[in-house]
Design a protein. Structure first.
Length: 130
């Protein structure tokens, strides 16, 4: 399955979240999301980066003078439904569309990837960190 890198999520573009992990780790995160079927529909997958446990993978956009925050969820999309995927560090605090569906959050909780208290904060739209 083809995966492409989006330079605007690696070049400090002001209004875009930025990866802080290596490109190879970004691909590994996508491959894991694919193999585990952490998806909400045919064109959206959700990922976590492990090092060895769940670790931060990005930082929030440098917008409006707000200091960046560490991000730990990845969102992968096939925007044109042409099986060419790309992803970015998701920021559910700023954008509710960056919140994984309940089905994925339940899997992450049941597999002890994320603590229940962390998931509750995510769902409520509260700031949270690993």
């Amino acid at each position: 399955m083809p995966y492409g890198f989006k330079p605007d999520h690696r070049d400090n573009t002001t209004l875009k979240s930025q990866w802080v992990i290596l490109c190879a780790d970004e691909v590994n995160c996508f491959n894991l999301a694919t193999s585990q079927d952490w998806s909400s529909d045919a064109s959206t997958r959700w990922g976590l980066h492990f090092n060895p446990s769940v670790a931060n993978l990005g930082q929030s956009a440098l917008a409006f003078g707000i200091p960046p925050r560490a991000l730990f969820i990845a969102k992968f999309i096939d925007g044109n439904a042409n099986d060419l995927w790309h992803g970015y560090p998701a920021d559910p605090y700023r954008n509710q569309h960056d919140l994984p569906p309940t089905s994925v959050l339940k899997i992450w909780q049941s597999e002890s990837h994320l603590r229940p208290a962390l998931i509750r904060k995510l769902v409520k739209g509260q700031l949270c960190a690993l």
